[in-house]
Design a protein around this ligand. Sequence first.
Ligand SMILES: NC(=O)c1ccc[n+]([C@@H]2O[C@H](COP(=O)([O-])OP(=O)(O)OC[C@H]3O[C@@H](n4cnc5c(N)ncnc54)[C@H](OP(=O)(O)O)[C@@H]3O)[C@@H](O)[C@H]2O)c1
Length: 317
Amino acid sequence: MKYHTFSNGDQMPLLGLGTWKSTDQIAYDTVKEALRIGYKHFDCAARYENEKPIGKALKDRIANGSINRKDLWITSKLWNNAHQPERVEPALKQTLNDLRLDYLDLYLIHWPVAFKPEVNFPSTGSDLVSLDDVSIQDTWQALEVCVRQGLCKHLGVSNFSIKKMKGIQAHCSITPEVNQIEAHPLLQQQDLLDFCQQEGILVTAYSPLGSSDRPVRLIKAQDPVLLEQSEVIEIAHNLNLTPAQLLLAWAVNRKTAVIPKSSNPGRLKENLAAADIELSSETMDSIKRLDRHFRYVDGSIWTLPGSPYTIQNLWDE
Ligand SMILES: NC(=O)c1ccc[n+]([C@@H]2O[C@H](COP(=O)([O-])OP(=O)(O)OC[C@H]3O[C@@H](n4cnc5c(N)ncnc54)[C@H](OP(=O)(O)O)[C@@H]3O)[C@@H](O)[C@H]2O)c1
């Protein structure tokens, strides 16, 4: 396994397990199995509504002595209805309680999008609040207090543009160390990756396999199926890899972390093995040509009529 080393020496395994859409008993069984076969990095979020079964799986493995807490890397995310500064620490404490942990390794702002506190998921534009009213800088300051209290070790963001990252950097005392973004051959985000790498910010690639089990509200008629792209299949076949392994190895070879989701024991193993595969520069170049700036998670769910968010002001593109 390759690792990213943070400036304080902490190390994050570059391949972790995504947990979105794993529910209840499946989330419990999957995390237990993943721990058994050697996964050490888990990507969680309050919004995934499965932190309780994940926490039970972590606790059971830690209690039976098969893993030490200090050898794990646990990430979670602040949901959009808890950006208000006074809601940040309670949200993190709820996550810690659900995950049965004393601290998180990494806590991310899930989206640069705020909701009214009572809204779990918006059904009208008026459920969303502008970042002019609940500023990212104020949310960030509340997160910095959580680091000082020892509730989390590192802070980061998710779905943030270069412009929005610079907005935090200009005002923070604890710098963002990770930006978790959608990234795969059809959405390479090279400019954002270059910016983050220059600034010493780790990029974590989400939906690296094309998120084929994403909710129907995120599926559009002509969406490409990443794992079925003929170039991906052909390159993988020539290297004696599965298409999923090629995609994951590509992510690690471009020095991003990557968090594929699976709840299938065979695919969990297949995906973990991909972290150690070296790809040649020729292979990396052929994959570079597949970029078409296509998002599976395009943020249009936050652009309901009357919402302060638009596709343009969300991605700054
Ligand atoms: N920050 C954010 O806003 C954000 C957004 C999206 C995702 N994420 C994070 O990123 C993680 C990964 O993204 P994702 O869940 O959207 O999708 P993904 O990892 O790209 O794809 C998951 C899908 O691929 C299948 N799969 C897994 N391994 C496979 C393999 N070896 N061969 C073929 N199919 C395979 C899974 O099925 P099985 O389970 O049946 O194997 C599932 O249907 C999430 O779980 C979450 O932790 C974060």
